[in-house]
Write a protein that binds this ligand. Structure first.
Ligand code: ACO
Length: 329
């Protein structure tokens, strides 16, 4: 028997998501701020978004999504030895919201912590889980993106309040010995980037050590748009090159759902067939760190993403931060 090189890969075993019960349409928003369904749909592709109920916390959304991901993976909560929760809207300044999720799931061993990279948070969390699993520090992880952005929106600013929604998505990942080829299941390549020179282009104007207040989201929309298309296309290319995979070999693109025009612009740059791009921004709005796992869950549950499909996930957010991951399902 020839010796076959073994490589530890991070395999995505299951996915789940949760949306709050309350759906807010563009028409409803147009009764509160000077906007219209037509403007929002034409500029962003968004038709509606979900908003958390009073008292419904980011951890509540995260716990619901995590339970569904565990069920989808056929795993018990006690199998999990790592929880990484991506959020910019934690329950409290500290402790990490991930520890509340850990306790609610009845897990009291392993590690649980939050990562904060705004809309790219899930890519940073997945990248971190992949690194910890591949180096043997963890074996089975829950990677969650959960947000209640409705709590940091200025509901009088029509340029931002129409864009975002609340929600959560989660995946269960596990370390598995694979052959080391691109036929393996699991994460084949991933990459994250940041460039803090753009800090002020998308930020919250409050904070613990600056104003002592929570603050509201502020954004230079056109600047964000311009950088998003360039950075996302670049990191997608970079990730595919690490694995030696061409864009046309990818079965499904699961992008961060910020704006339909950003999705279209990026797909055009990489000559991706729009039919292979998973779009949920029309139904969910921009749910920040939750948007990629929410979209992933939709495409898995409706049968589009199947075992052995090549899936490319990507996101860009405040900081700026951006990243991508290529995985065989
Ligand atoms: N309804 C009606 N009119 C509006 C609204 C609204 N909700 N919002 C802005 N306008 C008006 C503006 O006041 C402006 O009016 P004026 O010309 O009289 O001054 C006009 O529309 C054009 O405003 P712009 O900001 O230039 O509009 P633009 O075409 O750039 O679209 C948008 C704005 C949708 C925010 C766009 O810039 C964008 O999508 N940027 C990307 C931002 C993004 O997706 N951020 C999410 C977080 S980051 C991320 O996830 C990647």
């Amino acid at each position: 028997m020839p010796h076959r090189f073994k490589l530890r890969r991070t395999v995505i075993e299951g996915v789940g998501s949760y949306l709050p019960a309350r759906c807010v349409t563009n028409e409803e928003l147009a009764q509160k701020v000077d906007t219209s369904d037509l403007w929002i749909r034409e500029r962003t592709g968004i038709r509606q978004r979900y908003i958390a109920a009073d008292g419904e916390k980011t951890s509540d959304l995260a716990i619901a999504a995590a339970k569904k991901a565990l069920e989808n993976a056929g795993r018990c909560a006690t199998d999990i030895d790592l929880i990484i929760l991506a959020t910019s809207t934690p329950d409290n300044t500290f402790p990490a919201t991930a520890t509340r999720v850990q306790a609610a799931l009845g897990i009291n061993s392993g590690a649980a912590f939050d990562v904060q990279a705004v809309c790219s948070g899930f890519m940073f969390a997945l990248n971190t889980a992949d690194a910890l699993i591949r180096c043997g520090q963890a074996d089975k992880a829950l990677v969650i993106g959960a947000e209640t952005f409705s709590r940091i929106l200025d509901w009088e600013d029509r340029a931002t309040c129409v864009l975002f929604g609340d929600g959560a998505g989660a995946v269960v990942v596990s370390g598995q010995e694979q052959t080391g080829t691109n036929e393996d299941r699991g994460i084949l390549a991933c990459k994250v980037h940041s460039d803090g020179r753009h800090y002020d282009k998308l930020y919250v104007d409050g904070g613990v050590s600056s104003t002592g207040t929570i603050g509201h989201l502020r954004m230079q929309g056109r600047e964000v748009f311009k950088h998003a298309v360039i950075n996302i296309a670049a990191v997608m290319r970079e990730t595919l090159e690490i694995a030696g995979i061409a864009p046309d070999e990818v079965d499904w693109f699961v992008p961060h759902q910020a704006n339909k025009r950003i999705l279209d612009g990026t797909a055009k740059k990489l000559r991706i067939d729009p039919e292979r791009v998973v779009v949920t921004v029309d139904r969910h709005g921009n749910t920040s760190a939750a948007s990629v796992p929410l979209a992933l869950d939709c495409a898995v549950r409706d049968g589009r993403i199947k075992r052995n499909d090549l899936v490319l996930l990507e996101a860009m957010g405040g900081g700026f931060t951006w990243g991508a991951a290529l995985a065989r399902w």
